[in-house]
Design a protein around this ligand. Structure first.
Ligand code: TMP
Length: 236
């Protein structure tokens, strides 16, 4: 599949058109940002790791009832995906209090939540991705009721499937962020990525952070942490 013009460049990925208007190529970068672009840097090898981890998890989700945009891996850093219009929401699921939830509610990081929590943020860098509720989303026309219900159902299913596979790898799934898109036919698909950039992964035995918090919090060791997750999930 030939890569054509650049459609979009984000903080961690580029998206290209292809000869087939229903398909795109995603190219993963090593660039990393945190705090809505306030901190910039790069994590060596991250793009290749995130490509492989995302594709592995998307394949698994597809087999477990969550339709995704994934088609096939093209190269170390590139994958072919179905073209979608991204619903402008960050859909966050949390199992354990951490990050902005721990701050907002004044609970210690690591507090187990009695039930998974679903949150929505409006995807808008200029506004700092503000948290919104379903009334805001419907009022602004970012999604309709049926789409929101489908997205919530898929997000909780993603949580079940990922938590189980990660548990098998000795990793706790603390929280994660998903993005969904609509195909030309209006079908909702899981899009974007699922990786250490978009999830919090804690080592089950030691509590060690195996995700982008190492970069966000200047802890160091981010290359090794990303590689460790790849190794535990794919044996690679
Ligand atoms: P938060 O605690 O900072 O709100 O993050 C919750 C989860 O969402 C965490 O796994 C990191 C992920 N996330 C993103 O992938 N992109 C973002 O822009 C933000 C704010 C969070």
């Amino acid at each position: 599949m030939e890569k054509r013009q650049l459609l979009y460049e984000g903080k961690a990925k580029k998206v290209y058109a292809t000869d087939d208007e229903s398909l795109c190529v995603v190219a993963y970068k090593d660039d990393a940002t945190a705090g809505n672009g306030a901190k910039r840097g790069s994590i060596a090898g991250k793009g290749a790791v995130n490509n492989r981890v995302t594709n592995h998890l998307m394949r698994l989700l597809e087999q477990n009832g969550v339709p995704t945009h994934f088609v096939r891996q093209l190269s170390e850093r590139e994958s072919l995906v179905k073209k979608v219009d991204i619903v402008p929401l960050e859909v966050i699921v949390r199992n354990i209090a951490a990050g902005s939830l721990a701050q907002r509610l004044g609970v210690p990081e690591g507090t187990r939540l009695a039930a998974p929590v679903l949150e929505h943020c409006y995807k808008n860098d200029a506004l700092g991705d503000p948290m919104v509720n379903e009334y805001h989303i419907l009022a602004m026309g970012w999604a309709v009721r049926e789409e929101l219900d489908t997205i919530a159902q898929y997000a909780f299913r993603v949580n079940e499937v990922l938590a189980e596979v990660l548990r098998g790898a000795g990793i706790q799934l603390v929280d994660f962020k998903l993005e969904f898109g609509r195909t030309a036919e209006g079908k909702i698909l899981l899009a974007d990525e699922i990786s250490g950039d978009t999830c919090r992964f804690w080592d089950e035995a030691t509590g060690e952070k195996l995700d982008k918090d190492r970069f966000r919090r200047d802890m160091g060791g981010e290359e090794d942490a990303y590689r460790e997750v790849l190794h535990r999930l794919l044996g690679a």
